[in-house]
Design a protein around this ligand. Structure first.
Ligand SMILES: Cc1ncc(C[n+]2csc(CCOP(=O)(O)OP(=O)(O)O)c2C)c(N)n1
Ligand code: SF4
Ligand SMILES: [Mg+2]
Length: 348
């Protein structure tokens, strides 16, 4: 007697008909439990849920365990693994060549705050349209765990060495310099990180996300301030973010008074419920003061700290032609022979 076989349910797809598998990358070679792996997972979820076409994304990175991680998500995207600390200049060139792409940079605290600091500051001040994620573990993971410039004062290495230099706060720097979407999250906070990444995709200027991402091999012990345990005990949320993408036609209702509502460039809605007394994400000075005050209080503030949807991006300032420069025919980017001959004649 023939038995009826049940038809397997159709795989779940997003609004452009792709499965989450279409957003995956190679198998990770990072240590099991490394915070960077969790961040890659959230990047996959965010791009899938937002329905971003993988081929329209450019992944950019420098050198480090963090900078290796773009190999582990979105294998259908374009990718450029640059020299240590030099991702910002590569990103600037790539975005100017084709501003219709979604640029997604992944860097480390060593890559950005140590060797790459000169490049980092100029990227932030230009408000180049891109998402820049720093996977911040306070150490140079790839080269066996030396302190980086984001290591907290008094933090202890496994060998017992104490860090006696104050840390660089990349969020403070980014707000001060001109980035227009700045926040901090924790690789272990799935919901917050996913919401922030989705809002970042909807934003048009420079997004700086400083994500505390514990290095289980070199910086997850007692005395470390970038460990899972320390983050679970000291994470102080300044806001609770809610995000409704433009393609979900939901009537958004906000609680008056304690919630900041931001309409993003693509029409999406970001709501930021205030959880910290000093919090105002539209006030640059307040955001900076809040971060400065938190320094030294053993609090790790997380949430979206600052957002500005008005400031022109670097691409807008340059007044480029509408088409991506990378797709212009030679006849439009190169003066003709007649034009060169004319110049030569005038110079004789
Ligand atoms: C020009 C240059 N200098 C130094 C190095 C050695 N190096 C490789 S990765 C790294 C630090 C990486 O730290 P981070 O960016 O925090 O990444 P993590 O491994 O912690 O994710 C260093 C110093 C290098 N590859 N190139
Ligand atoms: S050494 Fe640290 S940063 Fe590198 S993969 Fe392992 S846990 Fe992650
Ligand atoms: Mg690091």
């Amino acid at each position: 007697m023939a038995t009826a076989t049940a038809t397997p349910p159709a795989p779940k797809t997003n609004r452009i008909g792709l499965q989450v598998l279409d957003y995956r990358g190679g198998k990770t070679t990072l240590c099991a439990g490394c915070g960077h792996n969790a961040i890659s997972e959230r990047i996959i979820d965010a791009l899938y849920e937002m329905g971003v076409q993988p081929e329209r994304v450019m992944k950019l990175s420098g050198i480090g365990c963090s900078s290796k991680s773009p190999a582990y998500f979105l294998s259908r995207a374009h990718s450029f693994n640059s020299v240590h600390g030099r991702m910002p200049s590569v990103a600037t060139g790539a975005v100017l060549a084709n501003r219709t792409m979604q640029a997604l940079g992944v860097s480390g605290d060593g890559d950005s705050a140590s060797i790459g600091m000169g490049q980092f500051v100029h990227l932030m001040r230009r408000n180049l349209p891109m998402i820049y994620i720093v996977e911040n573990n306070g150490v140079y993971g790839l080269t066996k765990g030396q302190f980086s410039a984001t290591a907290d004062l008094g933090s202890k290495l496994k060998t017992g060495v104490i860090n006696d230099l104050p840390p660089i706060d990349l969020c403070q720097m980014a707000i001060d310099l001109g980035a227009t979407f700045v926040g901090r999250s924790f690789s272990g906070d799935k919901k917050q990180l996913l919401t922030m990444l989705k809002a970042a995709i909807a934003h048009k200027g420079t997004v700086l996300l400083d994500v505390i991402s514990p290095c289980v091999t070199f910086n997850d012990h007692e005395g470390s301030t970038k460990s899972y345990k320390y983050m679970q005990e000291h994470d102080e949320l300044v806001s609770e973010a809610g995000f409704v993408p433009s393609f979900e036609d939901i009537n958004v209702e906000y609680e008056e008074g304690s919630t900041y509502n931001v309409t993003m460039h693509d029409g999406s809605h970001l709501s930021l419920r205030k959880l910290h007394e000093e919090y105002n994400p539209m006030d640059r000075e307040k955001a900076l003061n809040m971060l400065i005050e938190a320094t030294g209080k053993n609090e790790v503030l997380t949430g979206v700290f600052y957002i500005n949807t008005e400031k022109p991006t670097f691409v807008e300032l340059l007044n480029l032609v509408d088409e991506p420069l990378a797709t212009l025919p030679e006849s439009r980017v190169r003066p003709s022979k007649a034009a060169f001959d004319d110049i030569m004649t005038r110079l004789q």
